[in-house]
Design a protein around this ligand. Structure first.
Ligand code: ADE
Length: 254
């Protein structure tokens, strides 16, 4: 018996090999090697129909392309859960709710996630009706399948599992957790092609650096993603940081 892991992800995909290097590299590779994260892949093709293990068919009512059939997907999901237990099942589809940081944080608290990847022109609707606990989209564009979307979900969620990313502050500081884009970051050299690092960052004055960073985060959010300011309005603390200056995105300036 292996040790209980922080997060166990089940991927149901016709292209399990697409995940090979993604799961082996960098932080995720280390988290899997150390057992904090476990990922299993199951191919619905192994549950395909007939001699050719068919997984798709033409759409009822006509129209272009092929539709993933419900039976091989259902059999793959049932098999996984009979072997390893019920998982929170997510169908990846452009029809789903958009994935956001808050959703990722919620998913990171689960023990078992199942990511069900579609392919072809679509997936028989009964997969969503009978199996999906939720449907997630990674953005308003159409991928050729759910695999890249599943990789995105895995990366976003596993980063939040304790022990996967070194310093938890580096997660808390990041874009979106607070509804703000991240402040600009610099490392050596102090000047490059005429562009210097903002002097405050070299000042050693930590209070002033913190203040500058929060100002820049707010400025950037206002310029690039004003929609975030609607959901997360300028706070009292932020408006105090901007005392005497105009606050991007409105709000009070003390
Ligand atoms: N499958 C195809 N396009 C997708 C998207 N945008 N998000 C999630 N799954 C998808």
């Amino acid at each position: 018996m292996s040790e209980p892991t922080g997060l166990h992800v089940e991927i149901v995909t016709l292209f399990p090999e697409l995940f090979d290097s993604f799961l082996a590299a960098s932080l995720l590779g280390k988290a899997i090697a150390s057992g904090i994260v476990r990922v299993d892949r199951t191919n619905p093709r192994d549950f395909g129909l007939g001699k050719h293990r068919s997984v798709d068919d033409t759409p009822y009512g006509g129209g272009p392309g092929m539709i993933l059939r419900v039976e091989p997907l259902a059999a793959a999901i049932d098999h996984v859960e009979t072997q390893r237990g019920r998982a929170h099942r997510i169908l990846l589809s452009p029809q789903g709710l958009p994935l956001r940081q808050a959703k990722a944080a919620e998913l990171a608290t689960r023990q078992r996630l199942m990511l069900i990847c579609g392919r072809y022109e679509g997936v028989d609707e009964r997969v969503a009706s009978l199996y999906a606990d939720e449907i997630l989209s990674i953005g308003d564009y159409v991928l050729s399948g759910g695999e890249v979307a599943a990789a995105v979900v895995i990366e976003v969620v596993t980063r939040l599992v304790p022990g996967v990313v070194g310093q938890s502050e580096s997660i808390e500081d990041e874009s979106f957790s607070s509804g703000r884009l991240e402040y600009p970051q610099f490392t050596r050299p102090p000047a490059f092609r005429g562009l210097p690092v903002p002097p405050v960052l070299l000042s050693g004055d930590h209070a002033e650096i913190e203040r500058w960073r929060r100002q820049e985060a707010l400025r950037r959010t206002h310029e690039r993603r004003p929609d975030l300011l609607v959901a997360h309005p300028v706070t009292e603390v932020e408006s105090r940081l901007f005392k005497g200056k105009s606050v991007p995105g409105g709000g009070k300036s003390g």
